[in-house]
Each structure stands twice: as C-alpha cells, then as structure tokens.
Ligand binder design. Structure first.
Ligand code: ZN
Length: 595
C-alpha cells in the first residue's frame, strides 16, 4: 500500500513539473462544431455549413480516403435571430465521395455526396412504418396487436377496423394524422425511379396501411374519426388488448345510454379491453387527404391489381362527393387539401369536373393571399379564411396549400389561370418564405405570423409578429419538422415552376436542420446521424413504444423567447408523429428525384 502511494505521489509530482506531460492528455477531444447534413447531400444540392460564433477563417473539405483537400472556402459571420453564427458555402463541390470539413481545430462529422446519398435514409423511414404496423403483420414491433379493434361508439357493435399504423409513439390510430403516411409514402413511390427496389417495399406498406383507411369509410362516403384515441378523456383507449373481439373474449354487452349519458360513457364503462371507434366524421382536411391517398393508390396499383385499384377509386370518389355535398368550411387548410384531392382525382380519371373543382378552389386561395403590403412589411402568406385575417399556420398539414397549387400548375400548365397561380406561388415562396429565411443563419422558415400581442421572442416582420417554434405555453405544441419539411417540398416544386434554383437550395436547408444543421448538432431521424433528442419513454401503457429506427421525431422545439430547445425526452419534441415522418420522407424523395 505504501509503495503504491509512493508511485502515485511520484507520478503526480512528475506530471506537475513537466509542462509537456501536463499538456498530454490520455484522449484527445475533438470539437465537432462544424454543422453539416448528417444524412449527406446529392451532388447538385445547395451545401451550407454552419458554425457557432463569429468566424472568418478558411475551411477545407477533405476526402476521407485520399485525405486530400478537394475544396476550400471561408466562413463569413451570419448573425440573426438565433444569435452569433457563421456560414460557409461548399455548393460548388459536386464530386461524389466521402468527406469531412476542417477549420483550424474544428471539424464536422464525415458525410457523403452522392446521387444515392439518401437511399439508406429512405429505406429506414419506410422500415419505420413497417415497425408501427397494427394488426397481425410480420413486421410490427408488437405484432399481433389490436385484432379486436373496435366497438362502434354509436351502436356498441363490433366492426373490424384492424390494420393500419400506430401513431404518435403510442397505440392510437388517428385517421387525421396517420393518413399523411399514405400521402408521404405514395408521393415517394411516384418520385422514385421505376427500378428502385424501395418501390416494392413502399407498395407493400401502402397496402398494409390502406386496409385500415378503407375499413374506416362509412357507406355515406365519409371516413370515421379514429380508433384507440381519446373517446371521453385523455388516453382512455390507448392500451394493448387481448386481440379477441368482445369483453374478455366473451360477448359484447352494450348498455343503451341513459338520460344525460352519452353512448361513449356507457361503452367505456363496459369495455376495458376492446377499443372504441369514434364513428363521427374526421375533419374535412383528413377527408380530402383520404381522397388524395386513394386516387394515387388507384393509379399506382392499376396494372398489378385492377380490381383493388377500382375499389380505391370508388372509395375516393364516394368520399369526394360527400365532402363537396357537406363542406361548409372555406379556409386555407381545407382549400389546400381539396385542391390536392381534386388534382389527384383528375390525374387518375382525366375527368374535367375534378380539374374544374381544383381551379375554383385555386381562385379562392388567390383571394386569401396577403399582398400589397408596405415594402418593409411581410407579404405573400395566406390568411386563415375570408372572415379570419389571422395568418394561416397549421403544424398538421404544414404548407399543403402551397404544395397543391404547384401540383396544379404542373397538371394544367396551359390553363388560362396558370399565370395567376404562378404569381401566387412566386409571392408565397419569395415574398414570404425566402424573405423570412434570411432572418436566421440556418435558413429555416418560420412556423408562422401572429397578430395581437407578442407571442414571445419579440420577433417582428412588418405589422406582424413571427415565431419559428410553437409557443411552449400552449396546452398542445410540438416540434417543427412537418412545418420545415412541407415548406421544403413546396420550395422544390416552386423552384421547378418558377425555374429558380435558389428556392431548391432553400428546400435543402429545411432538411439540413432536421438532420443536423441546428444548434445541437442533432439529427432528429432515429438511426440517421447523431445526437438525437432523448427518447420519449411513453406514459400510459406497457411496453411503451421502443426506439424505432427510421422514426422522424416531432423535432426541436422552442422556449418562450423562441430560441431552440432539444428537450429531455418530452413528447412534444421526441414523439414519433406521422405528419413529421411523412413530410420528411416526401422532402427527401423530392430532393433525391431532382438528381
Ligand atoms: Zn396495434
């Protein structure tokens, strides 16, 4: 013991007296402070590197294999809404290869530039849907599950609505959210090259998910709201079940509601196993999103399975007719979803009535665009509705109206209204989105504009306040991945419509934030890149949703001052929610396709 003490003291004294030994550490820490897209880049992508602080030094892009410098640039200070940062541009480097970037003592993670850079990421996200399969699949992470879904809320009878995907890191099957899975997957299917092996996997996934949506359609044409969601109170149906229809495997008993009690009250009292189907119609945006999904489905499966394609098309038309007959709402969200639905029905059927409907809706959207504001002001965004002049913002559907209008221009390029539509697209993408992205060094679009008092952050554009993140004071808020990714999809489409490559480079920056170019050097796609936000551990059922590769998290959120936060495993940031997954997949496919 004495001998050991002696050695230790000698060592300590020796190192204290020797400056070289003092400087020598057992491990050499590296500062990975140069932020790049951890999923890589396609060759012709805009490539912007970001680092913290005021930096004017040169940087080198170095080939990982040859260790030769293949490109050099210089950082320039780019202060803005998120504080002091500097950016560098290495877009001219288009040569395929594996690289990292170095600047003095700072470096980036290694990354790839390749036409197939996102192939693996796309595969992982498709795989995420397979893991979230509900029913008796061979891939669902807790298969077989929920074979007893569910009991109709209106009459207490069992109706088979098994299948589909779980949503939101729990077991609920909200139609309004999970229908985006159909859209993201089917849009990706149509963008990928015919020889791409991922297409077969996507088709398989679409067929799985679609079982549920088709079963949720009522004879009148509308789609019911959900199963497994909150019927009476939060999380009251969010549970695993015994997979056997009927209470404890026996007969279902349904008690007629007594005075003052709703049907749901009685069902919940009676059933603590089978989950209840909310039989009321889901919101109108989701109805139109169903039409979009089935119209595309009918098109892509027509050759392989004409009967099934016919069923999908019939379902789409029945729902569309119900929407048109029933719809009383005129607002930007519904208009955006209805243009998308009618455009896809027209592409599948070639019937003019659908094109005419889309054209009428586009005229309504035109009336809702804010233009002719002061030069310093902000313009080009959409109001919420003719009677509500609040700027439209919606984390569920993101910029669907912007995307839909671009799609309509692509479908009807020679229509007499097409120049007007291009004008709307130009106003939205340049006067609104592009102008707003200049206010921060990451080039991300804001969540939205606000009227009235400061929503927090003291950020002002013209007569409006703006925020990048939803307010954390709200009872329900989530990260911004769907907002960024949907804007990215729209910007890529706008860049084609307007022949403006700058908009495409801006689209890339929305994905860059999602996969690493943010103040936390954090990729918010599980198993792609590094430093993910902490996993959301679940709440009301066991086992809770495990870490699922390919999941896209809700994304980084913001504090009350609108500065980014990464959270500590809270659901608002770390949950896997289908709109985030679907739009991110779609954006990656759009970026890959332009190669
Ligand atoms: Zn399930």
């Amino acid at each position: 013991m004495k001998k050991l003490m002696f050695i230790l003291v000698t060592l300590i004294l020796a190192s204290a007296g020797d400056p070289e030994a003092q400087a020598q550490r057992i491990s050499r820490d590296l500062n990975v402070d140069l932020l790049i897209n951890q999923a890589g880049y396609v060759p012709d992508a805009g490539k912007i590197i970001v680092t913290k602080g005021t930096v004017t030094r040169p940087f080198d892009v170095i080939d990982l294999v040859t260790r030769k410098v293949v490109f050099s640039g210089a950082f320039k200070p780019d202060p803005g809404d998120f504080g002091s940062f500097s950016t560098g541009d290495f877009s001219p480097l288009t040569k395929e290869g594996h690289y990292y970037i170095k600047c003095d003592t700072l470096r980036s993670y290694p990354f790839e530039i390749s036409g197939s850079a996102y192939r693996e990421t796309i595969g992982k996200i498709i795989g995420y849907f397979s893991l979230q399969r509900c029913g008796s699949s061979t891939t669902g992470y807790m298969s077989p599950c929920h074979l007893d879904d569910g009991i109709r809320m209106d009459n207490g009878k069992h109706q088979d609505v098994s299948g589909g995907w779980h949503d939101a890191s729990d077991l609920r099957k909200w139609v309004g959210a999970t229908i985006y899975g159909m859209i993201g997957l089917s849009k990706t299917y149509e963008l990928l090259d015919e020889k791409n092996p991922a297409r077969e996997k996507i088709l398989d996934e679409l067929l799985w998910g679609n079982q549920y949506f088709l079963k949720m359609q009522e004879p009148q044409g509308y789609i019911m709201n959900y199963v497994g969601g909150d019927v009476k109170k939060h999380s009251d149906s969010n549970r695993w079940t015994d997979n056997i229809p009927g209470k404890e495997g026996g007969e279902l008993s349904f008690v007629k509601p007594s005075a003052g009690k709703s049907t749901a009250d009685m069902l919940l009292f009676d059933s603590n196993d089978d989950r209840v189907i909310r039989t009321d119609p889901v919101d109108l945006v989701a109805q139109y999103n169903f039409v979009t999904s089935e119209a595309i489905m009918a098109r892509i499966i027509k050759t392989d399975n004409p009967d099934y394609a016919g069923n999908c098309l019939e379902a789409a038309i029945r729902c569309f007719d119900w929407c048109v007959k029933t719809a009383k709402e005129v607002n930007t969200g519904v208009i955006g979803a209805s243009i998308q639905a009618a455009n896809e029905l027209f592409k599948t059927t070639k019937q003019d009535s659908y094109a005419n409907f889309a054209v009428e809706q586009a005229a309504l959207l035109n009336d809702l665009q804010a233009i002719n504001q002061s030069v310093e002001g902000v313009s080009g965004f959409f109001y919420t509705s003719p009677s509500n002049k609040d700027p439209f913002k919606d984390i569920w559907q993101g910029c669907l109206e912007f995307i839909s209008l671009c799609d309509l221009i692509e479908t009807l390029p020679f229509h007499k209204d097409a120049p007007g539509w291009k004008n709307i697209v130009s106003n939205y993408s340049k006067l609104y989105l592009k102008n707003m992205t200049r206010k921060n060094c990451f080039g991300i679009v804001p969540y939205g504009l606000f009227t009235g008092k400061d929503p927090g952050g003291n950020r002002k554009a013209g007569n409006y306040w703006y925020r990048y993140f939803m307010q954390p004071e709200l009872s329900w808020w989530v990260g911004i991945n769907s907002n960024l990714a949907s804007a990215g999809v729209g910007l890529i489409k706008a860049s084609k419509v307007l022949k403006d490559p700058e908009l495409k480079a801006l689209a890339q920056r929305q994905l860059d934030w999602i996969t690493g170019v943010n103040p936390f050097n954090s990729s918010t796609i599980v198993s792609v890149g590094y430093n993910h936000p902490v996993h959301f551990g679940g709440s009301t059922f066991l086992p809770s949703t495990p870490v699922l590769p390919g999941a896209v998290l809700n994304g980084l959120g913001g504090d009350s001052a609108d500065q980014p936060v990464i959270g500590n495993g809270n659901w608002q940031i770390s949950e896997y929610w289908t709109p985030m997954v679907a739009y991110t997949l779609w954006l990656i496919a759009e970026i890959s396709e332009t190669e």
